[in-house]
Design a protein around this ligand. Structure first.
Ligand code: NAD
Length: 330
């Protein structure tokens, strides 16, 4: 019978040409490939295009991922080109250098800004009309670079920001308080980096302010414990990188949350990074604050009732990011 072999998966063409909810991943390294794997298992993308300057690497990852498609929902996954960005709902940038042991995220600024400049140019040339999600580090600086160079509305250029850091904090609190992380609402804001801030004054557990919970629990001294937990969150990536050279599982799962918020128009509140016009004197700086995320990107940013110290710390964090962006002379 003619044509039966045409249904075989072709790594370059994909297996389901009817797919919608399209995600393009630029950078098929540890983060990009792990994110694609997490999307296959959990996400709602129906078409995934993976591209990398190392075409063989992208093809190898795609082939490996395709080999599990008998056990997932139908998803078309294939090697892409920049032309794929044209009708993508979400383009996710995970390309670029990663931290070496001991390096900070900010140390990557010059190398990765040059890469992002070239990538954004290609994305815009495609006629892209979706949401751009930056992941490469330093993610806040690069979110600002991508916004500035792309000319896209600020709502449609977001960074993964402190979505991962907030999960780290909630997970630590979960172990410490012995309560499910899903019942703990606590958010890290500001830079995804060493100047990040824990918004303790708005944290809650099971619907009660965490301070009130601590008053009842009395198992620890929150005044000394909270700063230690924040320090652990800040150190988390360094600790992983020192042992295995990179972080990718936690960020991949965080990216699935952001992806679904966009594809399914969930209006989900996530601490993504975006460029703020004016947030308590923070002007034209990309950093994370809890934001309502949907199909159009950031729909609105919440004005958390931070205490004075927290607000000052976020303003300091903004200064760190701003000075780094200024050095790039965009
Ligand atoms: P990796 O070295 O495994 O992969 C990077 C990939 O980018 C490589 O495959 C490389 O070929 C590709 N690349 C480089 N320049 C490119 C270009 N111009 N066009 C297309 N592809 C290009 O690194 P990784 O571990 O996947 O990390 C990627 C980035 O993600 C790093 O900047 C890292 O710091 C960042 N990261 C961010 C978070 C976060 O929370 N935002 C978490 C983990 C890692």
């Amino acid at each position: 019978m003619a044509g039966c072999c045409a249904a075989e998966p072709d790594p370059l063409r994909g297996v389901n040409s009817m797919a919608k909810d399209k995600v393009v991943i630029i950078g098929a390294g540890s983060v990009g490939a792990t994110y694609a794997f997490a999307l296959l298992q959990e996400g709602h993308a129906r078409e995934i295009a993976l591209l990398d300057m190392d075409g063989e690497r992208a093809l190898g990852e795609v082939m490996d991922l395709q080999h599990g498609l008998a056990y997932t929902r139908p998803v078309a996954i294939r090697v892409g080109t920049y032309a794929d960005c044209r009708d993508a709902d979400l383009v996710v940038v995970t390309a670029g250098a990663k931290q070496k042991p001991g390096e900070t995220r900010l140390d990557l600024t010059n190398r990765n800004a040059a890469i992002v400049r070239q990538i954004v140019h290609e994305i815009q040339r495609s006629g892209f009309g979706g949401v751009l999600l930056m992941v490469s580090n330093p993610v806040d600086v690069l979110t600002q670079v991508a916004w500035k160079l792309s000319g896209l509305p600020r709502a449609r250029v977001i960074g993964s920001g402190t979505v991962l850091d907030s999960s780290r904090l909630r997970t630590l609190l979960s172990a410490h308080c012995r309560a499910d992380a899903r019942n703990i609402h606590a958010v890290i804001i500001g830079e995804h980096g060493d100047s990040e801030v824990a918004a303790w004054s708005t944290a809650s557990l099971g619907g009660m302010p965490i301070r009130d919970y601590c008053d009842q629990c009395r198992n620890c001294d929150p005044d000394s414990r909270y700063p230690r937990l924040l320090e652990e969150v800040k150190r988390a990536a360094y600790e992983v990188i020192a042992r295995k050279g990179a972080t990718y599982y936690g960020i991949a799962l965080s990216l699935v949350q952001i992806t679904d918020a966009v594809l399914r128009d969930e209006h989900r509140i996530l601490p993504v990074s975006s460029v703020h016009e004016n947030y308590h004197g923070i002007q034209e700086v990309a950093l994370s604050l809890p934001a309502v995320v949907g199909r159009q990107g950031v729909e609105r940013v919440l004005d958390l009732p931070l205490d004075e110290e927290e607000l000052r710390a976020v303003q300091d964090s903004a200064r760190v990011i701003k000075s780094q962006v200024e050095k790039l002379h965009l």
